[in-house]
Design a protein around this ligand. Sequence first.
Ligand SMILES: [Zn+2]
Length: 369
Amino acid sequence: MEYEINCSACGKSSPSLFNFKCPSCDQPLDVKLNFDFKAEKIKVKNYTVWRYAIFFPYVREKEIITLGEGWTPLVRFSDNTYFKLENLNSTGSFKDRGSTVLVSALHKLVKKTGGYISEDSSGNAGASIAAYAARAGLKAKIHVPENISGPKFSQIQFYGAEVAKVSGSRSRVAEEAQKIESGKFYVGHILHPLFRDGIRSLAYEITEQLDWNALERIYLPVSAGTLLLGVIDGFKHLVKSNVIEVMPKIVACQTIQVSPLYHRFKNLSYTPPERITSIADALVSVNPPLLNLMVKRLREANGDAVTVKEDEIFNAFIELARKGFFVEPSSAVAYAAYKNQLKNKEASKNDKTVIILTGTGLKTMSKPS
Ligand SMILES: [Zn+2]
Protein backbone atom coordinates (compact mmCIF):
# COMPACT_ATOMS: atom_id res chain seq x y z
CA MET A 1 0.00 0.00 0.00
CA GLU A 2 1.35 3.42 -0.94
CA TYR A 3 -0.13 5.03 2.15
CA GLU A 4 -1.81 4.13 5.41
CA ILE A 5 -4.05 6.16 7.67
CA ASN A 6 -3.13 5.38 11.26
CA CYS A 7 -3.98 6.66 14.70
CA SER A 8 -1.34 9.09 15.99
CA ALA A 9 -1.70 7.65 19.50
CA CYS A 10 -2.49 3.90 19.38
CA GLY A 11 -1.22 3.27 15.85
CA LYS A 12 -4.33 1.35 14.80
CA SER A 13 -5.10 1.72 11.11
CA SER A 14 -8.26 3.44 9.98
CA PRO A 15 -10.21 1.61 7.29
CA SER A 16 -12.11 4.57 5.81
CA LEU A 17 -11.04 7.86 4.22
CA PHE A 18 -14.06 9.40 5.96
CA ASN A 19 -12.81 8.78 9.50
CA PHE A 20 -11.73 11.99 11.22
CA LYS A 21 -10.56 10.35 14.43
CA CYS A 22 -9.38 6.94 15.57
CA PRO A 23 -12.34 4.53 15.73
CA SER A 24 -10.92 2.89 18.86
CA CYS A 25 -9.37 5.72 20.94
CA ASP A 26 -10.74 8.97 19.40
CA GLN A 27 -7.25 10.43 18.93
CA PRO A 28 -6.17 12.23 15.71
CA LEU A 29 -5.32 10.24 12.59
CA ASP A 30 -2.19 10.61 10.48
CA VAL A 31 -1.48 9.85 6.84
CA LYS A 32 1.63 7.69 6.60
CA LEU A 33 3.44 7.69 3.24
CA ASN A 34 5.20 4.52 2.12
CA PHE A 35 7.03 6.03 -0.85
CA ASP A 36 9.79 8.55 -1.48
CA PHE A 37 9.40 12.04 -2.88
CA LYS A 38 11.03 12.09 -6.31
CA ALA A 39 11.45 15.38 -8.19
CA GLU A 40 11.22 13.64 -11.56
CA LYS A 41 7.65 12.63 -10.78
CA ILE A 42 6.43 16.23 -10.62
CA LYS A 43 4.08 17.36 -13.38
CA VAL A 44 6.23 20.36 -14.18
CA LYS A 45 3.70 22.03 -16.47
CA ASN A 46 0.94 22.00 -13.87
CA TYR A 47 1.17 25.20 -11.83
CA THR A 48 -1.11 24.16 -8.97
CA VAL A 49 -0.87 21.89 -5.93
CA TRP A 50 -1.58 19.08 -8.41
CA ARG A 51 1.89 19.22 -9.91
CA TYR A 52 2.47 16.91 -6.90
CA ALA A 53 -0.58 14.74 -7.65
CA ILE A 54 1.37 11.50 -7.52
CA PHE A 55 2.34 12.21 -3.90
CA PHE A 56 -1.35 12.23 -2.88
CA PRO A 57 -2.11 8.62 -3.85
CA TYR A 58 -5.58 8.49 -2.27
CA VAL A 59 -6.87 11.02 -4.85
CA ARG A 60 -7.80 9.75 -8.30
CA GLU A 61 -6.53 12.10 -10.97
CA LYS A 62 -9.78 12.31 -12.86
CA GLU A 63 -11.61 13.24 -9.67
CA ILE A 64 -9.45 16.25 -8.81
CA ILE A 65 -11.42 19.37 -7.85
CA THR A 66 -9.23 22.41 -8.37
CA LEU A 67 -9.55 26.18 -8.37
CA GLY A 68 -5.92 26.70 -9.36
CA GLU A 69 -4.64 26.71 -5.75
CA GLY A 70 -0.96 26.44 -4.86
CA TRP A 71 2.27 27.29 -6.68
CA THR A 72 2.00 30.67 -4.99
CA PRO A 73 4.87 33.12 -5.45
CA LEU A 74 7.94 32.96 -3.23
CA VAL A 75 9.13 36.56 -3.23
CA ARG A 76 12.54 37.67 -2.03
CA PHE A 77 11.98 40.35 0.58
CA SER A 78 15.59 41.14 1.50
CA ASP A 79 18.91 39.31 1.55
CA ASN A 80 18.03 35.70 2.33
CA THR A 81 14.47 36.39 3.49
CA TYR A 82 11.49 35.31 1.41
CA PHE A 83 7.73 35.68 1.73
CA LYS A 84 5.52 32.82 0.60
CA LEU A 85 2.37 34.50 -0.65
CA GLU A 86 -0.33 32.09 0.49
CA ASN A 87 -2.74 35.03 0.48
CA LEU A 88 -2.84 34.58 -3.31
CA ASN A 89 -4.59 31.20 -3.18
CA SER A 90 -8.03 30.94 -4.80
CA THR A 91 -10.11 31.85 -1.74
CA GLY A 92 -7.44 34.03 -0.17
CA SER A 93 -5.67 31.67 2.23
CA PHE A 94 -3.45 28.59 2.56
CA LYS A 95 -6.53 26.57 3.55
CA ASP A 96 -7.18 25.86 -0.15
CA ARG A 97 -4.34 23.32 -0.08
CA GLY A 98 -6.29 21.26 2.43
CA SER A 99 -9.66 21.77 0.77
CA THR A 100 -8.57 20.75 -2.72
CA VAL A 101 -7.07 17.49 -1.43
CA LEU A 102 -9.93 16.67 0.96
CA VAL A 103 -12.76 17.48 -1.45
CA SER A 104 -11.01 15.75 -4.38
CA ALA A 105 -10.62 12.56 -2.30
CA LEU A 106 -14.19 12.41 -1.01
CA HIS A 107 -16.67 14.18 -3.29
CA LYS A 108 -17.51 11.20 -5.50
CA LEU A 109 -18.39 8.97 -2.57
CA VAL A 110 -20.42 11.67 -0.82
CA LYS A 111 -22.39 12.36 -4.00
CA LYS A 112 -23.04 8.69 -4.61
CA THR A 113 -24.89 8.47 -1.30
CA GLY A 114 -26.77 11.71 -1.96
CA GLY A 115 -25.12 13.16 1.13
CA TYR A 116 -23.46 16.46 2.05
CA ILE A 117 -20.30 17.61 3.84
CA SER A 118 -20.29 19.34 7.20
CA GLU A 119 -17.64 21.72 8.55
CA ASP A 120 -17.29 24.09 11.50
CA SER A 121 -15.51 27.37 10.77
CA SER A 122 -16.57 30.96 10.37
CA GLY A 123 -13.22 31.92 8.90
CA ASN A 124 -10.86 31.09 6.06
CA ALA A 125 -11.41 27.32 6.32
CA GLY A 126 -15.19 27.67 6.14
CA ALA A 127 -14.88 29.86 3.04
CA SER A 128 -12.38 27.49 1.45
CA ILE A 129 -14.43 24.32 2.03
CA ALA A 130 -17.54 26.15 0.76
CA ALA A 131 -15.72 27.13 -2.46
CA TYR A 132 -14.42 23.64 -3.21
CA ALA A 133 -17.83 22.11 -2.45
CA ALA A 134 -19.34 24.59 -4.91
CA ARG A 135 -16.78 23.63 -7.56
CA ALA A 136 -17.54 19.94 -6.99
CA GLY A 137 -21.30 20.50 -7.12
CA LEU A 138 -21.50 19.20 -3.59
CA LYS A 139 -23.81 20.38 -0.85
CA ALA A 140 -21.95 21.86 2.15
CA LYS A 141 -23.26 22.85 5.54
CA ILE A 142 -20.95 25.20 7.44
CA HIS A 143 -21.53 25.53 11.19
CA VAL A 144 -20.65 28.93 12.64
CA PRO A 145 -20.98 30.72 15.98
CA GLU A 146 -24.27 32.59 16.19
CA ASN A 147 -22.84 36.12 16.51
CA ILE A 148 -20.74 35.89 13.37
CA SER A 149 -20.40 38.64 10.72
CA GLY A 150 -17.75 40.15 8.46
CA PRO A 151 -16.18 39.47 5.07
CA LYS A 152 -15.28 35.80 5.69
CA PHE A 153 -18.85 34.99 6.65
CA SER A 154 -20.14 36.79 3.54
CA GLN A 155 -17.70 34.81 1.42
CA ILE A 156 -19.04 31.49 2.81
CA GLN A 157 -22.59 32.55 1.89
CA PHE A 158 -21.66 33.80 -1.59
CA TYR A 159 -20.28 30.34 -2.41
CA GLY A 160 -23.77 29.02 -1.73
CA ALA A 161 -23.05 26.88 1.32
CA GLU A 162 -25.84 26.33 3.81
CA VAL A 163 -25.01 28.09 7.06
CA ALA A 164 -26.04 26.73 10.46
CA LYS A 165 -25.69 29.20 13.33
CA VAL A 166 -24.95 27.54 16.65
CA SER A 167 -25.27 29.25 20.05
CA GLY A 168 -22.77 28.72 22.86
CA SER A 169 -19.04 28.09 22.83
CA ARG A 170 -16.78 27.24 19.90
CA SER A 171 -16.71 23.59 20.99
CA ARG A 172 -20.53 23.54 20.84
CA VAL A 173 -20.24 24.59 17.17
CA ALA A 174 -17.88 21.68 16.51
CA GLU A 175 -20.16 19.22 18.35
CA GLU A 176 -23.13 20.30 16.27
CA ALA A 177 -21.14 19.93 13.04
CA GLN A 178 -20.04 16.41 14.08
CA LYS A 179 -23.42 15.22 15.35
CA ILE A 180 -24.33 12.07 13.46
CA GLU A 181 -27.14 12.68 10.99
CA SER A 182 -28.28 10.83 7.93
CA GLY A 183 -26.35 11.84 4.80
CA LYS A 184 -23.86 13.95 6.74
CA PHE A 185 -20.09 13.56 6.26
CA TYR A 186 -18.04 15.59 8.71
CA VAL A 187 -14.91 16.98 7.05
CA GLY A 188 -13.84 19.46 9.77
CA HIS A 189 -10.51 20.96 8.68
CA ILE A 190 -8.92 20.75 12.13
CA LEU A 191 -9.49 17.05 12.68
CA HIS A 192 -9.68 15.55 9.22
CA PRO A 193 -6.32 13.95 8.35
CA LEU A 194 -6.70 14.57 4.60
CA PHE A 195 -7.13 18.31 5.04
CA ARG A 196 -3.95 18.51 7.09
CA ASP A 197 -2.19 16.25 4.63
CA GLY A 198 -2.94 18.64 1.76
CA ILE A 199 -0.80 21.29 3.48
CA ARG A 200 2.22 19.04 2.86
CA SER A 201 2.35 20.54 -0.65
CA LEU A 202 3.56 23.81 0.85
CA ALA A 203 6.86 22.26 1.97
CA TYR A 204 7.39 20.68 -1.46
CA GLU A 205 6.71 23.98 -3.22
CA ILE A 206 8.99 26.11 -1.08
CA THR A 207 11.83 23.63 -1.51
CA GLU A 208 11.30 23.37 -5.26
CA GLN A 209 11.11 27.16 -5.60
CA LEU A 210 14.46 27.35 -3.80
CA ASP A 211 15.92 24.96 -6.38
CA TRP A 212 15.99 22.11 -3.84
CA ASN A 213 18.40 24.03 -1.64
CA ALA A 214 17.72 23.55 2.01
CA LEU A 215 16.00 26.29 3.87
CA GLU A 216 17.28 27.25 7.31
CA ARG A 217 14.31 28.84 9.05
CA ILE A 218 10.58 29.02 8.49
CA TYR A 219 8.08 31.19 10.39
CA LEU A 220 4.38 30.48 10.47
CA PRO A 221 1.38 31.55 12.55
CA VAL A 222 -0.22 28.76 14.59
CA SER A 223 -3.77 28.44 15.85
CA ALA A 224 -5.47 25.03 15.45
CA GLY A 225 -2.26 23.53 14.04
CA THR A 226 -3.16 22.37 10.50
CA LEU A 227 -0.52 24.58 8.89
CA LEU A 228 2.18 23.63 11.39
CA LEU A 229 1.53 19.88 11.24
CA GLY A 230 1.18 19.82 7.46
CA VAL A 231 4.41 21.74 6.92
CA ILE A 232 6.32 19.49 9.35
CA ASP A 233 5.00 16.39 7.54
CA GLY A 234 6.07 17.81 4.16
CA PHE A 235 9.62 18.63 5.24
CA LYS A 236 9.91 15.29 7.06
CA HIS A 237 8.97 13.52 3.86
CA LEU A 238 11.63 15.46 1.94
CA VAL A 239 14.28 14.55 4.53
CA LYS A 240 13.25 10.90 4.57
CA SER A 241 13.43 10.88 0.76
CA ASN A 242 16.95 12.42 0.84
CA VAL A 243 15.80 15.49 -1.10
CA ILE A 244 17.10 17.73 1.69
CA GLU A 245 19.50 16.78 4.46
CA VAL A 246 17.92 18.40 7.49
CA MET A 247 14.64 19.93 8.56
CA PRO A 248 14.54 23.72 8.55
CA LYS A 249 14.10 25.30 11.99
CA ILE A 250 10.33 25.61 12.22
CA VAL A 251 9.23 28.55 14.34
CA ALA A 252 5.60 28.37 15.50
CA CYS A 253 4.35 31.92 16.10
CA GLN A 254 1.42 32.80 18.36
CA THR A 255 -0.17 35.89 19.87
CA ILE A 256 0.33 36.34 23.61
CA GLN A 257 -3.44 36.11 24.07
CA VAL A 258 -3.79 32.78 22.23
CA SER A 259 -0.61 30.84 22.96
CA PRO A 260 -1.46 27.34 24.23
CA LEU A 261 1.22 25.72 22.06
CA TYR A 262 3.93 28.13 23.17
CA HIS A 263 3.10 27.53 26.83
CA ARG A 264 2.90 23.74 26.58
CA PHE A 265 6.07 23.63 24.49
CA LYS A 266 7.97 25.62 27.14
CA ASN A 267 6.35 23.65 29.99
CA LEU A 268 4.50 26.72 31.27
CA SER A 269 0.88 26.88 32.37
CA TYR A 270 -1.55 28.82 30.20
CA THR A 271 -4.75 30.62 31.13
CA PRO A 272 -6.58 32.06 28.15
CA PRO A 273 -8.03 35.57 28.49
CA GLU A 274 -11.78 35.87 29.11
CA ARG A 275 -12.20 37.63 25.80
CA ILE A 276 -9.83 37.59 22.85
CA THR A 277 -9.30 41.11 21.56
CA SER A 278 -6.26 40.61 19.32
CA ILE A 279 -6.34 42.01 15.78
CA ALA A 280 -4.97 38.59 14.76
CA ASP A 281 -8.58 37.39 14.67
CA ALA A 282 -7.91 34.16 12.75
CA LEU A 283 -5.82 32.83 15.64
CA VAL A 284 -8.44 31.93 18.23
CA SER A 285 -7.85 28.29 19.24
CA VAL A 286 -7.26 28.61 22.98
CA ASN A 287 -7.77 24.87 23.46
CA PRO A 288 -6.83 23.23 20.15
CA PRO A 289 -7.82 19.55 19.85
CA LEU A 290 -4.44 18.72 18.26
CA LEU A 291 -2.31 20.40 20.93
CA ASN A 292 -0.58 17.22 22.14
CA LEU A 293 0.25 16.20 18.61
CA MET A 294 1.60 19.69 17.80
CA VAL A 295 3.92 19.69 20.81
CA LYS A 296 5.16 16.19 20.00
CA ARG A 297 5.81 16.92 16.34
CA LEU A 298 7.40 20.31 16.94
CA ARG A 299 9.78 18.71 19.49
CA GLU A 300 10.66 15.86 17.14
CA ALA A 301 11.35 18.44 14.41
CA ASN A 302 13.60 20.39 16.79
CA GLY A 303 11.44 23.47 16.17
CA ASP A 304 10.66 26.41 18.39
CA ALA A 305 7.60 28.33 19.61
CA VAL A 306 7.42 32.07 20.27
CA THR A 307 4.81 34.70 21.09
CA VAL A 308 4.41 38.28 19.93
CA LYS A 309 2.76 41.24 21.58
CA GLU A 310 -0.24 43.12 20.24
CA ASP A 311 1.69 46.27 19.25
CA GLU A 312 4.30 44.11 17.49
CA ILE A 313 1.57 42.43 15.42
CA PHE A 314 0.00 45.75 14.51
CA ASN A 315 3.33 47.31 13.53
CA ALA A 316 4.28 44.27 11.45
CA PHE A 317 0.87 44.33 9.71
CA ILE A 318 1.25 48.02 8.82
CA GLU A 319 4.89 47.60 7.81
CA LEU A 320 4.01 44.72 5.46
CA ALA A 321 1.20 46.78 3.89
CA ARG A 322 3.47 49.81 3.48
CA LYS A 323 5.86 47.54 1.60
CA GLY A 324 3.07 46.31 -0.67
CA PHE A 325 2.12 43.06 1.09
CA PHE A 326 -1.50 43.39 2.15
CA VAL A 327 -2.16 40.39 4.37
CA GLU A 328 -4.49 39.76 7.27
CA PRO A 329 -3.17 40.79 10.70
CA SER A 330 -2.94 37.09 11.71
CA SER A 331 -0.36 36.57 8.95
CA ALA A 332 1.69 39.46 10.30
CA VAL A 333 2.24 37.47 13.52
CA ALA A 334 4.92 35.42 11.74
CA TYR A 335 6.71 38.50 10.41
CA ALA A 336 6.56 40.15 13.84
CA ALA A 337 8.14 37.05 15.39
CA TYR A 338 10.90 37.05 12.76
CA LYS A 339 11.70 40.70 13.48
CA ASN A 340 11.91 39.97 17.21
CA GLN A 341 14.31 37.08 16.64
CA LEU A 342 16.50 39.21 14.37
CA LYS A 343 16.60 41.94 17.01
CA ASN A 344 17.49 39.45 19.76
CA LYS A 345 20.08 37.79 17.53
CA GLU A 346 18.25 34.46 17.76
CA ALA A 347 18.03 34.57 13.95
CA SER A 348 20.44 35.92 11.38
CA LYS A 349 19.90 37.71 8.09
CA ASN A 350 22.34 35.22 6.59
CA ASP A 351 19.99 32.31 7.24
CA LYS A 352 17.82 31.37 4.32
CA THR A 353 14.40 32.16 5.81
CA VAL A 354 10.81 31.84 4.60
CA ILE A 355 7.91 33.63 6.27
CA ILE A 356 4.50 32.28 5.34
CA LEU A 357 1.95 35.01 4.66
CA THR A 358 -1.17 32.93 5.24
CA GLY A 359 -4.15 35.06 4.22
CA THR A 360 -5.27 38.09 2.26
CA GLY A 361 -5.75 41.52 3.82
CA LEU A 362 -8.95 42.03 1.84
CA LYS A 363 -10.91 40.07 4.45
CA THR A 364 -9.61 42.03 7.42
CA MET A 365 -11.99 43.65 9.89
CA SER A 366 -9.36 46.32 10.72
CA LYS A 367 -9.81 49.86 9.40
CA PRO A 368 -6.92 52.15 8.41
CA SER A 369 -6.44 55.00 10.86
ZN1 LIG B 1 -6.20 5.19 18.39
